[in-house]
Design a protein around this ligand. Structure first.
Ligand code: ARG
Length: 468
């Protein structure tokens, strides 16, 4: 039996069309999901009497055998005749158990099979990505710890704005990654429902125990409506959207690292192990990992957009258009899965130029807010203090010096409240310590933030151990 559906056809398919409409070249990666889901379906058929005990054990053994055969010989997955992963498994099963293989399709449809396989795939991709995001967070936190009280400028409008701890800046990325992690966990939860037993569209026509099949596949619950279950790809869009936002975070980070690595900024040294050279210019070292990271965001956003557009006009329920949701899902997941460990490696290897960072954190009148606060503490209304420090900055710019290099007499000519204690409050440690609020860059607050991040990572590790 070559096809799964040839009975009503009198003419052969156009061979080019036949090849073109196949999904097997990409859904072959669903083999493991398909085998597990098929085994759950077979057991349900056994329970409702459609398969005898011997038939059931032969089918289950056959499904396991397919898994073994393919792991031993990957080339078995290059089956030119398979329409999709469902057809492939049926064909291989028939080679092992003969016509009994065709009993497995009783009471089910490829529409529910693909919905189930994609949920299983998404669930395991979520787990893999969550673990990789945690490793990346660990790398950021380790670098933050190691940076200690080192300072650097924080930028607004790409201009030096205020000094912050290097650790504080690194923890900003950690916050984005925590949110990415939360989003992936939420995607996992929403994907984690079992469509088995919904059949083509109306619900199985055999009394299959849906709850039991769900439990066997590790789904905590079943989908509620058969029409929705076979046409829903929200979980794919949800997941790829979450990945595109993660990719945007990674891309922003990559862009900043590229900027900071230039001679113009000089705040860090690109790790050689993750850079490449130029075939033309002998002096060049290029941050290719960062540039590719930046571009991968475009690729993943493209997949998210493709998914939205492919599904936006679809009437219920299953339509073959849904087959087009597979490749964006696979490529987005696999792009992120291959990228994250490299970024953790880059983060572990990068060298920060702490001296240049420190010098930059002390120049460009970056302590002007501390100076204005000084006047405000002396009773000058902040708006006026701001104006007067502005004048002092203008004088410093004119003299190519910093605020702390201006003579007290020159300062007093601007505002009579200036006194000798002014210079103390311009020191970098004082400027940093001034931001003493939760979430601020005062060193003690940053130490607390690092401890909080460590605590969260430990909890995640403990949970992972408990589940292992
Ligand atoms: N390859 C198909 C897909 O990815 C499987 C479902 C086919 N169902 C059908 N009624 N033709 O969507």
């Amino acid at each position: 039996m070559k096809k799964m559906w040839s009975g009503r056809f009198r003419q052969p398919l156009n061979p080019a069309f036949e090849r073109w409409q196949r999904s097997f070249p990409f859904d072959c990666r669903l083999l493991k999901c398909e085998l597990e889901a098929s085994a759950a379906h077979a057991r349900a058929l056994g329970r409702c009497g459609l398969l005898g005990p011997q038939e059931l054990s032969a089918l289950l053994a056959g499904l396991e055998e397919i898994g073994r055969q393919v792991s031993a010989r990957r080339e078995l997955l290059e089956d030119a005749d398979a329409e999709d992963i469902h057809h492939y498994v049926e064909k291989r099963l028939a080679l092992i158990v003969g016509d009994l293989a065709y009993k497995l399709h009783s009471g089910r449809s490829r529409n529910e099979q693909i919905a189930t396989d994609l949920r299983l795939y998404t669930r395991s991709a979520c787990d893999e990505i969550s673990a990789a995001v945690c490793s990346l967070i660990r790398a950021f936190v380790a670098r933050a710890e190691e940076a200690g009280d080192a300072a650097m400028p924080a930028y607004t409008h790409m201009q030096r704005a205020e000094p912050v701890l290097v650790a504080h800046w690194l923890l900003a990325y950690v916050e984005m990654l925590w949110r990415d992690l939360e989003r992936i966990e939420q995607c996992r939860q929403r994907a984690n429902r079992c469509p088995l037993g919904t059949s083509a569209v109306a619900g199985a026509s055999l009394p299959l125990d849906r709850e039991r099949m769900a439990r066997e596949l590790g789904f905590p619950s079943i989908t509620a409506n058969s029409v929705d279950a076979v046409s829903d790809r929200d979980f794919v869009l949800d997941f790829v959207n979450a990945l595109s936002l993660m990719a945007v975070h990674l891309s922003r980070w990559a862009e900043e690292m590229l900027l900071f690595s230039t001679v113009e900024y000089g705040l860090l040294q690109l790790p050689e192990a993750y850079s490449t050279g130029s075939s033309a210019l002998p002096q060049k070292m290029n941050g290719d990992l960062l540039e590719l990271t930046r571009a991968k965001a475009g690729r993943i956003i493209g997949h998210a957009t493709a998914l939205l557009v492919a599904t936006k006009g679809l009437p219920l329920a299953y339509n073959k258009d849904l087959q087009e949701t597979q490749e964006p899902l696979f490529d987005a997941a696999e792009t992120i899965i291959s990228l994250l460990p490299l970024l953790a490696g880059w983060m572990n290897a990068v060298e920060f130029n702490f001296e240049r960072m420190h010098a930059a954190a002390e120049s460009g009148c970056i302590n002007a807010l501390a100076a204005a606060n000084y006047l405000a503490r002396k009773g000058v209304p902040f708006r006026i203090a701001h104006e007067h420090i502005g004048k002092a900055v203008s004088l410093a710019v004119e003299r190519c010096c910093e605020l702390e290099h201006l003579e007290l007499g020159d300062l007093q000519a601007i505002d009579s409240h200036f006194d000798a204690d002014f210079y103390e409050c311009l020191k970098l440690e004082r400027v940093l310590g001034m931001h003493d609020v939760p979430g601020g860059t005062a060193p003690e607050r940053v130490r607390q933030a690092i401890a909080a991040a460590r605590g969260r990572l430990t909890l995640i590790d403990e949970e992972a151990h408990a589940h292992a």
